[in-house]
Design a protein around this ligand. Structure first.
Ligand SMILES: NC(=O)C1=CN([C@@H]2O[C@H](COP(=O)(O)OP(=O)(O)OC[C@H]3O[C@@H](n4cnc5c(N)ncnc54)[C@H](OP(=O)(O)O)[C@@H]3O)[C@@H](O)[C@H]2O)C=CC1
Ligand SMILES: CC(=O)C(=O)O
Ligand SMILES: [Mg+2]
Length: 758
């Protein structure tokens, strides 16, 4: 594939990502019920009048009665979108939506994106001034310099909430943290480094200012822009903000300035730094090429001329990602949690030092897991925390909050910092963490071959395409080549049409071997040889199941166009239950702050006590493989014998049977879900043995399992993954009829995960 093809493929993938299943990346959710007449009368008229009057009397109560305190405005006019230039307000919307959703994903902050269609700084100031009170903080983004400096300063004077231009200060904070650590790794004192910063715009001037505050000497810095070195006395292309950093130097070009320099910071444009310039730098040069989406120089180019360099870029596909994504979620989290009036210098310094310190701490396994098993240890390739590091949310904001409190800009100081840290830990979105860990583990494994049985379906083609593009494995689309190709082209996935592997069961050269395998298995179950030949030639499920059974593929995914029972029946002709295993469905409910597993959600209709025990054991082992320590609750409508009834007896018997066995996980029952999940209800049951609320619920029957998981899903507020099939000797996952592309991709990822962790 040529570089142009690769680029076109990546572009198409990004367009598809933004377009499907719903255009864009953001939606709004209610935090209060809106179901009954009473709800409506409280949420809207007449009830809403009460908080209206309260806020009119005392504006500070807006933090109590509205979402202001957790809300950020992400505001741009599109005059400097990434490194793409002035492409207008509307074109900046994907970036601003992206930032809004990153606020949510990483710091549980809500954010609205607002694109203001004006290049007039005063007009932009007027707009933001009049909407600013809506938010707990304002994040200005991708506004060109030098207007951005005045816009931010004037708005901060006008508004009583933090106004923070992320391209200036977010970038400054991250690259200062990286610089502190790069100096540590190379044994330099920050006061001694000779630093050249290319790009005298928002990011550049923000960064040079903060680096000087952290100890870099003014006389050791050289600022460079399109016109070359910013020297004292230069008259072209100057303004008051650049003039502050002009130096007395004979150098006039970037190449001259870089000879023997220790550090290059690039926040300018693609390709600005050449290999010759890198070669001329001092020993162990520190190079941060941060222009987006394409850096000033690539790590590969640097490596060609310098093996001793510490290299960072703004991109996620290289080590040392120095990108403001590491900062803004946590800086705003800390600031909003103390209702700060601004994000001042001390808070920025605290953020830079906190990020630098976090990178020096031991990296827990789950962080390594999220980074494809790469060993992360403080050093040349790890000078800054990784964006998926789950510690960021509870590690960084307390430093910001403390600095705000110490400098008098906190309206609501935090008294108990330990309790605050604990509350921050609960903010992590468990669905993101759960799927991220599974995905990363799959990406780290050798590429598994996963058969997508309904390979002609557009949604399946798109899922297979994403599966390959994300490096999750090698998808094989089963179906007629011409139909798959036509549908792939209709989807606009030209690249996929050339690269995705397809297998047509009718034309495969393996039919003879597959039929023989199936005949050996089915000859005493009423099948003639010609019956199995027909199955292999015409039934894709049977064909794919034999493919996996014989090791021609590692896993399979089906169910998008056929019902569960039919799929399981077909596949089971070739794939047997694992020896000693128990076939069962495990669903994962991801609710704010919690991951709760439920079993059996797909196979055994009315389990006996013995069945319940077997399900609990298989499910506990599956939960462990998924990275959680199981605490089992056997669910019932009764709590430990009350009220009496026929059905609870079965569940109580299951617990008695468990007591007779040796198991290495906690379990308890019979109990209803509220008692299982809420420790505050345990006072009446001092004998119960769970040490913490259960996270694996064993359902008394399939109807209660299905009804409860679907109910939770239908009511919203929770993500339900699965049922995930466990207990077969080969990985098979069955989607739900008509599943979305994302759901199919998730099931394929889980199948590949099982292939890795059998
Ligand atoms: N990794 C990260 O986290 C971040 C990266 N960035 C990236 O940094 C870059 C700049 O962003 P931002 O500061 O917001 O943009 P601005 O438009 O405010 O500034 C761009 C600056 O780069 C200078 N410049 C442009 N081309 C060259 C060149 N060929 N040689 C030298 N200097 C040049 C401009 O010079 P002049 O003043 O003469 O026009 C200007 O000073 C972008 O690529 C952006 O994506 C930004 C923020 C965060
Ligand atoms: C990351 C960012 O904010 C930028 O490139 O503009
Ligand atoms: Mg930006």
């Amino acid at each position: 594939m040529t570089p142009q093809d690769r680029r076109a493929r990546a572009d198409q993938e990004a367009l598809d990502f933004h377009r499907y299943p719903a255009p864009g990346k953001v939606e709004v959710n209610a935090t209060k019920p809106m179901a009954t007449q009473r709800d409506l009368s409280l949420a809207y008229s007449p009830g809403v009048a009460a908080p209206v009057r309260a806020i009119a009397d005392d504006p500070s109560t807006a933090y109590d009665y509205t979402s202001k305190g957790n809300l950020v405005g992400v505001i741009s006019n599109g005059t400097a979108i990434l490194g793409l230039g002035n492409l207008g307000a509307l074109a900046s919307k994907p970036v601003m939506e992206g930032k809004a959703i990153l606020f949510k994903r990483f710091a549980d902050l809500d954010a609205f994106d607002i694109e203001v269609d004006t290049e007039d700084a005063d007009a932009l100031i007027a707009v933001v001034r009049h909407i600013g009170a809506t938010f707990g903080g304002v994040n200005l983004e991708d506004i060109s310099s030098p207007d951005c400096f005045r816009i931010e300063a004037e708005l901060q004077d006008l508004l009583d909430v933090p106004v923070f231009h992320d391209d200036q200060h977010g970038t400054a904070i991250i690259c200062s943290a990286g610089l502190l650590n790069a100096c540590e790794v190379t044994g330099r004192r920050i006061e001694d480094v000779k630093l050249v910063l290319c790009g005298a715009g928002a990011a550049g001037l923000g960064s040079i200012t903060l680096m000087k505050a952290l100890g870099v000497r003014a006389e050791n810095t050289t600022l460079v822009d399109v016109d070359g070195v910013v020297y004292c006395g230069r008259t072209t292309g100057m303004d008051q903000w650049k003039a502050v950093h002009a130096t007395n130097t004979p150098h006039r070009t970037l190449a001259e300035a870089l000879v023997d320099a220790d550090v290059f910071i690039g926040v300018s444009a693609k390709g600005v730094l050449t290999k010759d310039m890198v070669a001329s730098m001092a020993a162990n040069p520190i190079i941060f090429a941060m222009a987006n989406p394409d850096p000033e120089i690539t790590p590969e180019e640097v490596l060609e001329v310098r093996q001793d360099a510490i290299m960072a870029t703004g991109r996620s596909d290289y080590p040392n990602q120095v990108n403001n994504i590491l900062g803004f979620p946590y800086i705003f989290r800390g600031a909003l949690d103390v209702q700060a009036r601004s994000i001042n210098h001390e808070m920025k310094v605290a953020a830079a030092r906190a990020l630098a310190m976090l990178a020096r701490e031991d990296v827990p396994d789950e962080v390594a897991l999220a980074y494809q098993g790469r060993q992360l240890r403080f050093g040349r390739d790890y000078i800054i925390p990784s964006p998926f590091d789950p510690r960021l949310i509870w590690y960084v904001p307390p430093f910001i909050a403390e600095a705000a409190m110490a400098t008098g800009v906190a309206r609501r100081p935090i008294a108990d910092m330990d309790a605050y840290r604990a509350s921050l830990r609960r903010r992590l979105d468990p669905s993101a963490g759960f799927l991220q860990a599974i995905t990363a583990s799959v990406q780290a494994a050798p590429m598994r071959r996963v058969v997508f049985i309904e390979g002609e379906e557009p949604s399946v083609i798109r899922a297979a395409y994403a599966f390959a593009a994300e490096g999750l494995g090698i998808p094989i689309l089963l179906g007629r080549e011409d139909v798959i190709r036509r549908n792939t082209l209709d989807l606009g996935l030209e690249g996929a049409a050339q690269t995705l592997e397809t297998v047509n069961a009718r034309l495969s050269g393996r039919n003879g071997a597959y039929a023989e395998f199936l005949y050996q298995r089915l000859q005493r179950r009423g099948y003639l040889r010609r019956d199995v030949e027909r199955l292999i030639n015409t039934d894709r499920q049977s064909f794919a199941a034999v493919m996996v059974a014989l090791g021609d593929a590692d896993a399979l995914v089906t169910g998008v166009t056929r019902n569960f029972d039919q799929c399981l029946n077909d596949v089971s002709r070739a794939i047997t239950p694992a020896p000693g295993g128990r076939l069962m469905g495990l669903s994962v409910m991801l609710v704010r702050g919690r991951t709760v597993f439920v079993a059996d959600t797909s196979i055994c209709e009315l389990p006996t006590a013995e069945d319940l025990v077997a399900i609990a054991r298989e499910a506990a082992s599956a939960v462990r493989r998924l990275g959680h320590e199981p605490r089992v609750a056997f669910l019932s409508s009764s709590s430990f014998g009350h009220p009496h009834g026929e059905q609870p007896l079965r569940v109580r018997r299951a617990v008695e049977l468990m007591d007779e066995q040796s198991v290495d996980f906690q379990y308890e029952g019979e109990m209803p879900p509220d008692v299982a999940l809420d420790a505050s209800l345990w006072a009446n049951y001092p004998f119960q043995r769970l040490t913490e609320p259960a996270n694996l619920l064993i359902m008394p029957a399939i109807h209660s399992a299905t009804i409860s998981t679907k109910l939770v899903q239908a009511l919203g507020g929770a993500t339900v993954v699965g049922p995930i099939l466990f207990g077969l000797s080969k990985p098979v996952q069955i989607c739900r009829l008509g599943d979305s592309v994302t759901a199919i991709l998730t099931m394929a990822t889980l199948a590949a995960f099982q292939a890795r962790h059998p």
